[in-house]
Ligand binder design. Sequence first.
Ligand code: FES
Length: 163
Amino acid sequence: MDTQCDHKILDEILEKHQYNPGNIIAILQDTQEVYRYLPKDIFPYYSDRLGISQAQIFSIATFYENFSLEPKGKYVIKVCDGTACHVRKSAAILDQLRKELGLSSAKKTTGDLLFTVETVSCLGACGLAPTLTVNDQVMGMMTPQKVTDLLVTLREEKADAEM
Ligand code: FES
C-alpha cells in the first residue's frame, strides 16, 4: 500500500524551506508529519524540485532512524525495553499488545492503519517503569490489563473523531 502524495502539500513544504536542498532533513520531517511516513513518490518529486539525486534523499531518509519508509498507524505505540522496564516485565506488555492487535516483530502495523507497535531502548522515564508512549505521550506503570484498557480507549477516541 502506498499513499498518492498531494503535490500541493509537498510544494507548501518546499516553499516553507525556500526550496533549499540544505534543509532536506527538515523537509523530510515536515513530510513525515503530514503522512506519518515518507511515501515513495516524494523521492522523485523532491529530487526534481531541489536538484539533488533521489539516492541522496533516500540515503538521508534511511540514515535517520526517526524516518519511516513504511506507513504507520494513527497511534504509534512504543514499548520501552530498556533495563529498568525489562526488569519490570515490559515483555508482558509488548506480548499483550501484539496479541490483541495481531502484530509481531515482523508485522508492526495493523491492516487498518490504526496501530503501530514498536520497541525503544529507554524513554527516560525509568521511575515509571514499565513505560510506553502513545504518539510521544508517556504512560507509566503499565500492566497487561492497562494495555487492554488503553486499546479500548484509543478505539473509542477514533470512533468519536469520526462521528
Ligand atoms: S528503561 Fe524504560 S524508561 Fe528507562
